[in-house]
Ligand binder design. Sequence first.
Ligand code: SF4
Ligand code: SF4
Ligand code: SF4
Length: 257
Amino acid sequence: MSKALLYDSTVCIGCKQCEQACATQNGLAYDDAIAAEEYQSAHKLTCIVTRGDKFMRRLCMNCNDPSCASVCPVGALTKTALGPVTYDPSKCMGCRYCMVACPFSVPKYEWGKLFPKVQKCIMCPDRVAQGKQTACAEICPTGATKFGERDDLIAEARQRIHDNPGKYVDHIYGLAEVGGTSVLLLSAVPFESFGYRSDISPDRLPMLTYRVLSHIPDFVPLGGMVLGGVWWITHRRQEVALREGRAANENKSGGKR
Ligand code: SF4
Ligand code: SF4
Ligand code: SF4
């Protein structure tokens, strides 16, 4: 019963209403200058990329077996049964392993904030839990972004490719990449032309690594380790924030990662 998003770039008109709805949903600012930015950032969790008369969405793929979650030492990122990969800022210690591990370079860090968080699309988990569509799917005027059961959307994507010979690249991006994702993409042109990697393995991360790392929070809270851990995390976040904030100010070009 895992949910997913199907984005069909051939019916996208580039209106960017999905961007605006996403910003509103996540309490982020949105104006003309931000609308013109065609990359994901800590203040823009999804973007429409334009190449000539073609469009493509970029957002967290909400992977079935997310490498970001597998490397997070404190369990701040979680793959939920409904599909979203959620983020708990109260657990995050700012190590940014998730940013290194993500094969799609999705997580972004709030470099300029005193108490920075990692930002990414979390697939509107509160809405999904209430049986609603994601904000971006609800607002989309053409159905280019569609929300539903992952299995149903895969069947629909296959049908669209079958029924429209020559219209689509014969590939559902996200069906198999990194073991499958909760965001599925259809395109008329190769996905690489929009920056999507074509060299991504269909293999999931080694389960041993995943099991070991994902259970660290289960046994870390023991006795003095709790106090020591809280102190270390709190001070580590402040230290990282101050250091990285200074670095970001000195080198503004670092803000895209
Ligand atoms: S795309 Fe990256 S950030 Fe998103 S769930 Fe997958 S590994 Fe995590
Ligand atoms: S699913 Fe939610 S958080 Fe993700 S891009 Fe859509 S509106 Fe934004
Ligand atoms: S709201 Fe729909 S049609 Fe508009 S840019 Fe987003 S995906 Fe494309």
